[in-house]
Structure formats: structure tokens, C-alpha cells
Design a protein around this ligand. Structure first.
Ligand code: FAD
Length: 125
């Protein structure tokens, strides 16, 4: 693949990943249980280990060390992720995002039932 093709694929992967992560934190419980907090923390750390772009994975791992995930509430988690994404934006010379606009930017189309957060689903038999 050409250098341009690589960069385009990397950017698409990044956009898709950020979209999933932001949407997830904005559906995260307002008052999470310890199990839900552990689940989000593990998800973020595993993503940083398994993320397919090596340079991005290394960057994310460093950010998680410097700024440990805030999992105490939906607000804390979504603002934490917004500020981590802004750290990546800063490093890549991209404009910073105003974290006051998270709610209107990320709508999963999942309806109003907050209890449908995946973290609350019972385990499959
Ligand atoms: P993106 O940064 O992908 O953002 C997509 C959309 O999200 C924006 O259009 C905006 O609407 C919104 N947005 C922007 N900032 C925020 C924010 N702070 N909070 C909420 N929403 C926001 N690429 C590299 O080249 N090198 C790297 O080291 C690198 N590290 C990465 C690490 C991670 C964990 C991830 C997920 C991606 C990484 N990327 C990296 C990809 C990079 O961050 C971008 O996704 C990619 O360059 C595409 O950028 P974009 O301008 O389309 O917007």
C-alpha cells in the first residue's frame, strides 16, 4: 500500500475507534458498580495493547500511564477520554475539541433507556 493509502487507513481506523470509545463513555453508567468500573478500565488498557497501529498503541499506553482512566461516573469517564483525545490532537497538530459539546456530537441511536448500556447486560448462558 502507498504511504498515502497507509495514512488514510490509519486515519479511518482512528476515527472509528474514537467514535466507539466516546460513544461508549457517554453511555457508561452514571453510577457504575465496581465491576463496571473494572470493565471500562480493562477495556481501555486492552485496547491500548491490541490497537493495530503500533505507534498509536504506544502513544495510548503512555497516556494511560500519565492519565489513568477516570471511571467513577459517566461524566468523569467522558471528560477524561475527551481530554486524552485532545492530547493526541495536540501532538498531531490538530485543533482541540471543546468537551462541552460531547453530548450533541455522540448519539448512538440506542434510545433513552440508560440501562441498555452493554456493561449492564447479563452474561450469556
Ligand atoms: P479524529 O481525531 O479521528 O476525531 C474524529 C472526530 O472526533 C473529529 O472530527 C471530532 O468531531 C471529534 N473529536 C476530535 N477531538 C475530540 C475530543 N477531544 N473529544 C471528543 N471528540 C473529538 N494517528 C497518528 O498519526 N499517530 C498517532 O500516534 C495516533 N495515535 C492514536 C491513538 C489512539 C488511541 C487513537 C484512537 C487514534 C490515534 N491516531 C493516531 C489517529 C488520530 O487520532 C486520528 O483519529 C486520525 O488522524 C484522524 O483524524 P481526524 O482529524 O479525522 O479526527
Amino acid at each position: 500500500m502507498s504511504k498515502l493509502g497507509n495514512e488514510t487507513a490509519k486515519a479511518e481506523l482512528g476515527r472509528a475507534t474514537w467514535k466507539l470509545l466516546h460513544t461508549m463513555t457517554l453511555r457508561y453508567p452514571e453510577r457504575p458498580s465496581q465491576d463496571e468500573r473494572d470493565a471500562l478500565n480493562s477495556y481501555l488498557h486492552l485496547t491500548s495493547r491490541l490497537y493495530p497501529c503500533g505507534e498509536c498503541a504506544a502513544e495510548f499506553q503512555e497516556l494511560l500511564k500519565k492519565f489513568p482512566p477516570q471511571t467513577g461516573s459517566r461524566l468523569a469517564a467522558s471528560l477524561w477520554l475527551c481530554s486524552v483525545h485532545n492530547k493526541v490532537n495536540e501532538r498531531l497538530g490538530k485543533p482541540l475539541f471543546d468537551c462541552a459539546h460531547l453530548d450533541e456530537t455522540y448519539d448512538c441511536g440506542c434510545g433513552d433507556d440508560k440501562s441498555t448500556s452493554a456493561a449492564r447486560q447479563p452474561a450469556l448462558p
